[in-house]
Design a protein around this ligand. Structure first.
Ligand SMILES: [Zn+2]
Length: 248
């Protein structure tokens, strides 16, 4: 698509405005818009999540309403708060939606450099750098993961933990933590340690595999230090909406 030239500034990025003391040059609207687009492109959000915003987030129950409130508060307080978020819940309840919506808002309102990373892709990409013909080095893959102010690490635990994976992920997360960079996690794995009677929603009760099984106890306790835990529950709304759309 050919780039159209902004009619306000004729492509210079500057506009002249009258003020009390005479004419002043100001940045044109298109300059900020372009800057936001570049920031957004650098995030690398998967196509199916690109349009996720607070506005189109559906609240079907209290856990959704609470999670939305917390997500909005995160944006409002940024960068004053010093902890990230961990959205926990089953598939299709909107965890990734909210994480991406936060990125949208942080870019639009505060121009914060963010990065989106799928846990499995991250591990795979790091492993690929060890193959002899790889054109990327480990630091190519890890640079944005370390450097961006806010990182979304999606589907934590979606790949089985090996000592190597655990070590690598701990290193990444710990590095961000020490550099006071915030991370937003999502995970499908229930997290539980309590020995007393568990009265929570079925998903959060002791199941076959937990977050500890998937990421190890050391990383899990680090997560608790660096994140507010946001539990979400409900049906798989993605699946339900899709099924409702299939007519026979
Ligand atoms: Zn312009």
């Amino acid at each position: 698509m050919p780039e159209t030239i902004c009619p306000l500034c004729h492509g210079t990025g500057w506009v002249l405005e009258e003020s009390g003391s005479g004419t002043v040059a100001k940045r044109c609207k298109c300059f900020h818009k372009r800057k936001n687009e570049i920031l957004f492109d650098q995030v690398k959000i998967p196509r199916r999540y690109r349009e996720c915003t607070f506005k189109n987030f559906e609240t079907h129950n209290d856990s959704h309403r609470d999670a939305l409130k917390i997500a909005k508060k995160f944006v409002k307080n940024y960068p004053v708060q010093d902890i990230g978020l961990l959205f926990l819940g089953p598939c299709g309840v909107g965890k990734t939606h909210l994480a991406v919506a936060i990125i949208h808002e942080l870019i639009q309102k505060k121009r914060i450099p963010c990065y989106f990373c799928d846990f499995r892709d991250l591990i795979r990409n790091i492993q690929n750098t060890y193959t002899p013909d790889s054109s990327f080095t480990e630091s190519d893959v890890l640079a944005p993961v370390f450097q961006k102010d806010v990182l979304v690490l999606d589907e934590l635990g979606a790949k089985r933990t090996t000592a190597w994976v655990e070590e690598t992920v701990f290193y990444i997360i710990n590095n961000r933590y020490s550099n006071k960079k915030l991370t937003i996690f999502t995970s499908n794995y229930p997290d539980n340690e309590e020995e007393e009677e568990d009265t929570r929603e079925p998903f959060f009760k002791k199941g076959s595999e937990t977050l500890i099984d998937r990421i190890g106890i050391r990383l899990r306790s680090r997560l608790y230090e660096m994140c507010k835990i946001v539990e979400m529950w409900g049906k798989d709304y993605r699946k339900e909406i899709k099924q409702a759309g299939y007519r026979f």
